[in-house]
Design a protein around this ligand. Structure first.
Ligand SMILES: [Zn+2]
Length: 278
């Protein structure tokens, strides 16, 4: 019985690797995935104080605010047991989120493929940070192997940089290929819930990450329906809404991390007064 249970556990623990392998093989067989035609033709044409595409540009400000909030609340408690295992990667996530505000703002001022590089690079690094953080807290944390955790962060960073570089250089050759970048964007939707379930993450973590990922999916849907939503909502375009929803997704994650440190801190003391997470 024990042997069967061990085999079953071993199978499930290898499930994420198998899934990544199958998806990667499918993408390789599929061939290049090109960027949508007219990708840079966003619905937002607002001008504010001489700033073109003002709503799409300024709606990136939230990323910087959430990143600063995360750094402000988490940096002082970075050695706290509740976030220590994933801190190296969460720091990458927060720094990349901060840089996304400027990279994306720069791109939306005058959208073209050359500027899109500076939008996609920090986004890819933010995803790399998130994946490495959850992996450090679930798969690797049992051994508290900091060397392995750092190696994972470097691996994910390399994948993020290569995914964007591959698109950029193939685009320069006339046939941009988004496969690796899309894979990186899709992996958190599969791997984070799987890792958290397989390795018994706290239910509050699973709920918060699932909520953030669901909001991120809504953000991607808003991005795809940029013009339709602008038509329907008038006040806001789909892409501007995407920025705001993605900001909300990041805020949900940061709030959960802050909550973790508060909950454990309160559990370890006799203080019973509620403490703000903001
Ligand atoms: Zn954008």
């Amino acid at each position: 019985m024990n042997s069967l249970a061990t085999q079953q556990r071993s199978f499930y623990c290898h499930l994420p690797s198998w899934l990544v392998g199958v998806i990667s093989a499918a993408l390789l067989l599929h061939g290049p995935i090109a960027q949508l035609p007219h990708y840079h033709e966003f619905a937002d044409q607002s001008v504010w104080c001489g700033l073109s595409h003002a709503a799409d540009v300024l709606s990136n400000g939230g990323f910087a605010l959430v990143a600063l909030w995360g750094m402000w609340r988490l940096w002082p408690v970075r050695t706290h047991p509740a976030i220590k295992a994933g801190w190296c990667a969460y720091r990458l996530f927060l720094v990349s989120l901060f840089l996304t505000a400027f990279g994306s703002g720069f791109y939306h001022l005058a959208p073209d493929n050359a500027r899109l590089l500076w939008d996609r690079l920090p986004i890819a690094l933010a995803f790399a940070g998130l994946l490495a953080a959850v992996r450090a807290e679930t798969v690797v944390t049992a051994s508290i192997d900091t060397v392995r955790q750092r190696r994972d962060v470097i691996g994910f960073v390399m994948f993020a940089v290569i995914s964007v570089a591959w698109w950029f250089f193939t685009d320069r050759q006339g046939a941009g290929d988004l496969r690796f970048y899309l894979l990186l964007q899709g992996l958190p939707l599969i791997l984070i819930p799987l890792w958290q379930t397989l390795y018994g993450a706290a239910s509050a973590d699973r709920i918060a990450f699932a909520a953030a990922l669901a909001v991120y999916v809504l953000a991607k849907l808003a991005e795809i329906h940029d013009h339709e939503l602008a038509h329907a909502l008038h006040a806001i375009s789909g892409h501007t809404l995407k920025h705001l929803l993605a900001t909300l997704a990041a805020a949900i994650l940061v709030r959960r991390l802050v909550m973790r440190t508060r909950v454990l801190a309160n559990a370890g003391s006799s203080a019973t007064s509620a403490t703000s997470v903001f």
